[in-house]
Design a protein around this ligand. Structure first.
Ligand code: NDP
Length: 317
């Protein structure tokens, strides 16, 4: 059995060498009456929050850090190989709908999908015709927020870090407009895309991006703070200068954590599955083959390499 081991706490951008692959043996039997379940990993998810677990914090939140010398932990899709637990039969997939790609349960039908759904519909409270801006828009969460917003009848603009990703947003994911945040002045790009201002900002990036958005928001606008990926590799977070505008423009800014919405998972599935099946929502994945490529895949969340949702295939069955 192979494991990706976390070497030590990281400062700055994570590197492949912050992790290493280890082969070890584990018992392939579960003890009768132990309630234990033995699973075989099929698809693993790489998510930005894992970078925050590579840092040791003075004031820890409820997300604990990785332990040096132990395997990196995360979400994934696995098959039950053996079980002493009555709720998990051998060979069983707890996943009930298998007519869609199983890897989708790490993305559109998993934690990032729930994040987009809860953040957009519950926190942003969108209305038809509103102007919506999504940062990190080609990623696992952003590409869905944009498509949900289009289905609601909103006008949607996204930003991403390359020409290829900007094209993807406009041509495949149905965004009305998109820009490359690495090449443009953020304030003027937003002014051009939203001459009448922004009603809803789905915040994935933070820092300078948030400052530029605040200058371009309308009165009574909403900001759903989903993440601030531009800050995760900094030892000291950047300051945000335009927060006074929250007051002047009567803006509501609200953070949220997806785990608080997991009880709504079946409602989420009932809404999203039909839209996938009839092609109203599409999903872009970036697939790394083999656990040995997982460290590079994880690092690729922060260097602009990957396109769409980053998945690692360990085994297809
Ligand atoms: P993504 O698939 O979007 O991967 C991260 C993306 O961030 C990259 O594709 C990259 O895109 C972009 N990025 C990296 N560094 C920077 C930077 N310095 N400035 C701007 N963009 C950058 O990840 P997810 O869709 O899974 O997550 C999106 C956000 O949502 C993250 O902030 C994450 O932490 C957050 N999140 C929050 C949850 C919650 O419960 N609140 C749950 C899940 C995710 P590009 O090439 O365009 O730069």
């Amino acid at each position: 059995n192979k494991q990706v081991i976390f070497k030590n706490f990281v400062e700055g951008f994570p590197k492949e060498t912050d992790m290493y692959l280890k082969t070890s043996s584990i018992s392939l039997n579960v003890e009768e009456g132990s309630n234990a379940v033995l699973v075989k990993n099929l698809y693993l998810s790489c998510d930005p929050y894992m970078r925050t677990q590579m840092t040791i914090y003075e004031n820890p939140t409820d997300l604990s850090s990785f332990v040096p010398g132990t395997p990196i932990e995360g979400f994934g899709v696995a098959k039950v190989v053996d079980s002493a637990n009555p709720d998990f039969k051998k060979g069983l997939f707890k996943i009930n709908h298998t007519d869609v790609p199983l890897s989708y349960y790490t993305g559109i039908l998993g934690m990032p999908g729930m994040t987009a759904w809860a953040g957009f519909f519950e926190v942003c409270a969108p209305k038809k015709g509103e102007y919506v801006y999504v940062s990190a828009a080609s990623g696992a969460v952003g590409q869905l927020v944009g498509q949900f917003a289009k289905l609601m009848g909103c006008y949607v603009v996204g930003s991403a870090g390359s020409k290829e990703k900007v094209e993807l947003l406009k041509n495949k994911l149905g965004f009305d407009d998109a820009f490359n945040y690495k090449e443009e002045n953020l304030v003027s790009a937003l002014k051009r895309c939203f001459p009448k201002g922004i009603d809803i900002y789905f915040e994935n990036v933070g820092g300078k991006m948030l400052d530029a958005v605040l200058l371009n928001m309308r009165n009574r606008a909403r900001i759903a703070v989903c993440g601030m990926v531009s800050q995760y590799n900094l030892s000291k977070p950047e300051g945000v200068h335009n927060l006074m505008l929250l007051l002047e423009k009567r803006i509501r800014m609200e953070g949220f954590v997806v785990f608080d919405f997991f009880h709504q998972y079946s409602k989420f599935l009932d809404t999203v599955l039909p839209s996938i099946r009839d092609g109203k929502i599409v999903y872009v994945e970036d697939v790394a083959e083999g656990l040995e490529n997982a460290p590079a895949a994880l690092v690729g969340l922060f260097n602009g390499r990957k396109v769409g949702k980053q998945v690692v295939i360990v085994s297809r069955k």
